[in-house]
Design a protein around this ligand. Structure first.
Ligand SMILES: [Zn+2]
Length: 404
């Protein structure tokens, strides 16, 4: 078998395309494969599909292909432009690459496989290409897959905001609670992000009127956005977030009290952890301190009881306990606990709704760990657009249309 035949078979070329030559440069570690079309061949118009258009002229193009062992490989071809009676002069499409791309489809598939598990900047160094070019490939496949994504079955959604870069910019993630996939990433964290999500849902065959449940933290913007844009949705407030509000109040009580009670120094985490996660030393600390008459110990008891609300067997039992808890907390004479109790009171129904939906448990934290992973993979991502693309890629469960 001659080398041209070998390459032709390996590339899977069919008429009118064939390998017309190859050049191997060991010093440059580079293989060039030339592809040509049969003389007099006719092509389909790339715009309207009309068959049998004659070549009008040609343009020489080069594409990076999968490496040949350790050597970079390139395909070159004179690509014809056809003269179509309906559309005018158009460059034909070639079977091994997308129009306008400097990479072959197989090289792009290889890049997409790598970026799913490595930072794009690292992939760029590995394959010796500028990362801007690779980002272009990522955006193409992610946008194409999102264009075809079907959101018709979306009924329950969680959303949360996350810093896109060190605390300045935010993106909000909208996650399908049933399929556990990111449906939409919005810029910002205001009520308008919910409107943007609703519009995107409709564009993907979904129906805002069918979104029956949302799970969010107590952000006023998300509450307002839900009321405006997802009018049929009942809100469950994220359990983790509700407990955190009460826990933060415990910490505030401790910080104020420790100025006069030095035995409270360095006990912060013992009060904040769940009792089952305490080390033996922390358990001893809590046991001895909780016997003294400390405000912190009382605040801590209030927090433990709040958590018991989530362990009740029914909505009714939970509401009965939450009412007793509210009375106790608001009569504790501990201002941070009173404030926390009032916050809980303002979000009463959404907190108790957890007993009906059981959504939240870990889902929002799950989202955040996905985003942290995406940020790591988008390291040096330069723009929010790049971060969004990686979030969709690793957490969107997209069906990428890639050659195999
Ligand atoms: Zn045409």
């Amino acid at each position: 078998m001659r080398d041209t035949e070998l390459f032709q078979a390996a590339l899977g070329l069919g008429t009118p395309w064939s390998v017309s030559g190859s050049r191997f440069d060991a010093a440059a570690r580079r293989l060039d494969i030339e592809i040509a079309f049969a003389k007099g061949a006719r092509f389909a118009c790339p715009t309207c599909g009309a068959a049998g258009c004659p070549a009008y002229d040609t343009e020489q193009l080069t594409w990076r292909h999968l490496s040949f062992f350790q050597h970079e490989a390139y395909l070159t071809a004179r690509v014809p432009r056809v003269s179509c009676q309906a559309c005018g002069i158009r460059q034909v499409s070639v079977p091994w690459a997308r129009a306008g791309s400097g990479f072959t489809l197989l090289f792009e598939a290889f890049v997409m496989a790598l970026v799913a598990s490595m930072p794009v900047a690292v992939v760029a160094r590995t394959v010796g290409e500028h990362d801007t070019k690779l980002w272009r490939v990522v955006h193409h496949y992610v946008e194409q897959a999102r264009d075809h994504a079907d959101h018709g079955e979306v009924r329950r959604v969680a959303f949360d905001e996350t810093a896109s870069r060190r605390g300045h910019n935010y993106v909000s993630l909208f996650v399908d609670l049933d399929c556990r996939r990111v449906l939409f990433v919005a810029d910002g964290k205001d009520a308008a992000t919910v409107g943007a999500f609703a519009a995107d849902l409709q564009e993907h065959g979904g129906d805002v009127a069918k979104v029956a449940e949302v799970c969010i933290d107590m952000s006023p913007a998300f509450i307002k956005g839900t009321a405006e844009h997802l009018p049929q949705a009942a809100i469950t407030f994220d359990k983790f977030h509700a407990v955190k509000i009460v826990n933060d109040a415990v910490d505030q009580v401790r910080r104020e009290e420790q100025q006069g009670r030095p035995e409270l120094k360095r006990t912060r985490y013992a009060w904040l952890k769940n009792t089952t996660n305490l080390s033996a030393g922390q358990r001893d600390t809590i046991e001895s301190l909780s016997r003294r008459n400390l405000k912190t110990a009382r605040a801590w008891q209030i927090r433990l009881t709040f958590q018991e609300v989530y362990q009740q067997p029914s909505h009714q039992a939970a509401e009965a306990l939450l009412k007793r808890w509210y009375f106790w907390a608001t009569h504790s004479r501990l201002p941070p606990m009173i404030d926390a109790a009032r916050t809980i009171k303002r979000h009463w129904d959404g907190i108790l709704r957890w007993h009906d939906t059981h959504v939240a448990n870990g889902i929002l934290e799950g989202i955040n760990s996905l985003v942290q992973a995406a940020k790591a993979k988008a390291r040096g991502y330069r723009s929010t657009r790049n971060l969004k693309a990686i979030i969709y890629l690793i957490a969107g469960k997209l069906e990428l249309r890639l050659p195999t």
